[in-house]
Design a protein around this ligand. Structure first.
Ligand SMILES: Nc1nc2c(ncn2[C@@H]2O[C@H](COP(=O)(O)OP(=O)(O)OP(=O)(O)O)[C@@H](O)[C@H]2O)c(=O)[nH]1
Length: 347
């Protein structure tokens, strides 16, 4: 029996992990044993920790590079490690700059095709920012090509963060997406809330295992949106990471991990950190990590998961027990200046 694999793709901060959380909860509610491969551009496993904290799922982590190009040889090893745990379904969450078609090709060729079958490729889009990508990232031709492959290679396109845009923007996104993918279903969601039943149709616990997983022809709905009723919807230390090679799916995106100082001031003010994110303008695309906050109002819950995505910052109380850090991901990030600015925050 081949194990179904679902690929989750989409640009940085679009909502892939948010979707994966709901997929894992639903899988567990159905008595399934899900496996997860999580690929991160940075050296720290932020999303893997979130999944473990919220769902208790064990995650195979592939850090510090992209599994569609610079870390390609690592994917079979991670999948084999998961297969030893007899999962009923495997979710592969790609980095935001990965080409899902490359992963699909690997899964459909021996030896992986002997034990696994590609079930769905899902691409999540950030409705608030997706229309700006062509102009914002025009300097990185490889990235632009990859972002188009994320559209063309998807069996299902989830236009997420619809709560942040006007209905007209959703129309424009649908029109743009259709230039690269004429057929696949498009759904409009917030917090990646969709009807998961068709995505998990035919997948059952292995023992006893009945029919093979089948792709469902049932439509996948997002949360009801106004436009859906209109009849048109279809559904202090900087760890510099290595330069990306020319054959990668991006050329000017890099990740830098910044840690808190070991001595002296080891916490940071919420406002200072938010101002620091804004200082980098459009060169900072994504930041995420666990931080220790100073300030009276945070005294009871000082450890927070902070996320910067689409120029918005969110905070969430965390039980992360380790040393605080943040992973910064950007386009042509001036890493030296970033580290200097960071150190100044603790001076
Ligand atoms: N307003 C709003 N925020 C959202 C929505 N979906 C996700 N977010 C927030 O967006 C941020 C990024 O979401 P993730 O699910 O981590 O995105 P991702 O694609 O996994 O990010 P990377 O793996 O780092 O590329 C988090 O702070 C989420 O809470 C949404 O529909 N609306």
């Amino acid at each position: 029996m081949k194990i179904p694999v679902m690929i989750l793709s989409g640009f940085l901060g679009s909502g892939k992990t948010t979707l994966l959380l709901t997929l894992l909860k639903e899988s567990k509610a159905r008595g399934l044993n899900p496996g997860v491969v999580m690929n991160e551009l940075g050296k720290r496993d932020v999303d893997g920790y979130i999944l473990q904290e919220h769902t208790g799922t064990t995650v195979e982590k592939l850090l510090d590079g992209c599994v569609c190009c610079s870390r390609k040889e690592d994917l079979p090893r991670s999948l084999n490690a998961l297969l030893a745990r007899r999962p009923d379904i495997i979710f592969v969450e790609l980095t935001g700059v990965a080409d899902p078609e490359e992963i699909a090709k690997s899964l459909q060729a021996p030896p992986l095709s002997e034990r696994l079958m590609l079930h769905y490729t899902v691409t999540v889009l950030d409705a608030e920012n997706v229309l700006e990508y062509n102009s914002r990232f025009s300097a990185d031709k490889q990235l632009i090509r990859t972002l188009r492959k994320q559209l063309s290679g998807a069996d299902l396109l989830i236009v997420n963060k619809s709560d942040l845009v006007e209905p007209e923007t959703l129309w424009r996104i649908e029109k743009t997406v259709r230039k690269y993918n004429a057929d696949s279903e498009i759904v409009f969601t917030h917090y990646s809330e969709i009807n998961l039943a068709p995505l998990l149709a035919g997948i059952s616990p292995q023992a006893p295992r009945s029919a093979a997983a089948q792709r469902s022809s049932r439509s996948i709905h997002g949360v009801p949106l106004e436009r859906m009723n209109s009849g048109h919807s279809r559904g202090a230390t900087a760890v510099q990471e290595p330069e990306t090679k020319s054959e990668t799916s991006y050329s000017q995106v890099s990740a830098v991990t910044l840690t808190f100082p070991q001595a002296g001031e080891r916490s940071i003010c919420r406002g200072d950190l938010e101002a620091f994110f804004q200082e980098w303008g459009s060169s900072l695309i994504r930041a995420k990590g666990h931080v220790r906050l100073s300030g009276l109002e945070e005294e009871l819950q000082p450890v927070q998961l902070v996320q910067f995505a689409g120029n918005r910052v969110t905070w969430e109380t965390s039980r992360y027990p380790g040393l605080p850090y943040i992973v910064f991901i950007g386009l042509n990030l001036d890493e030296k200046r970033l580290a200097e600015g960071w150190n100044a925050l603790f001076a």
